[in-house]
Write a protein that binds this ligand. Sequence first.
Ligand code: LMR
Length: 344
Amino acid sequence: MVAAWITALPRSPRVLRRTALGALLGAASGLARAAKPAVLLRFSHVVAPDTPKGQMALRFQALVHERAGGRIRVEVFPDSQLWGDDDEMEALRLGAVEMLAPSLSKFGNAGVPEFEVFDLPYLFADLAQVQRVTQGAVGRGLLQRLGRQQMLGLGFLDNGFKQMSATRPLRTPADFSGLRVRVQASRVLAAQMRALGARPVVLPFGETQRALASGVVDAAENPLSNFLTQGLAPWQPHLTLTQHGYLGYAVVSNPRFWASLAPTDRALLDSALADALAHGNRLAAALDQQALATLRRTPGVMLHQPAAAERAVLRRAVQPAWDGLRRSLGPGLLDDVQNALITG
Ligand code: LMR
């Protein structure tokens, strides 16, 4: 019931949503006081339930509830209902939420610039290559680095590859010229758009649809499940399947919260999360294909497939984004990632 009211709240301004949310949850917690769980874990994220991240969070919730027998309660807040991607990490540090799965692009701005390596255009050929990095020694090292910013890195989740959308096809650098493109807060993504002749505009995910509808920005880059579930098609009828960059997530918690758990509860959460991440990673490619099939059938949506030669030109054009990252991080991590791509 409470969830239905919350979903019905307008998407903005978010402050109003949070105030209403607080009041509703206060009322709900009064009703539920009799059966208070020993541990409450709030999992906030910014995308729709019907996406790899949304489905992974729901699977985690179901597994924890099934295995903990009422001792641990997981509340999942999708669609920026509780926190947006511009303030969720601060909320985690302050203890106002216990679990998040920000996209990897968000961690550079949060003080862990090594994560920007994932934003390099055309770095990965497919999700199998991504997993050689995220599920191996390089991935483990990156998760450990999150400790520097008071975050506990618990695992990686795929979404998929980003495609470009606009009011025109984007097949060549000339097509990008002068476009204002919404990007996440990542230096690599901004450099990529500048290299293509576009103007990067950093916006929270939850504000992207309105910004496109009102003409504040002209274009965006998204994996298909996000493009579809955010309802961007009416404002962005041309979808060019550039497949130019990867979008995935790191699940993080607050180290103090995690340390405060009884060892048996921590083990239960660890194993439920491992199972939920495996489920989400298996689902990612299928949801991407489903979204593509839906968009192919959607009236008004025009899909464009760049030819190999057009792709090669785009790839050469974004080289400055690679040069910039190599300069700012040094060659070490990039070499490690490229070795992992080959050797696993
Ligand atoms: C974005 O901001 O575009 C993405 O990070 C949203 C998400 O979490 O998938």
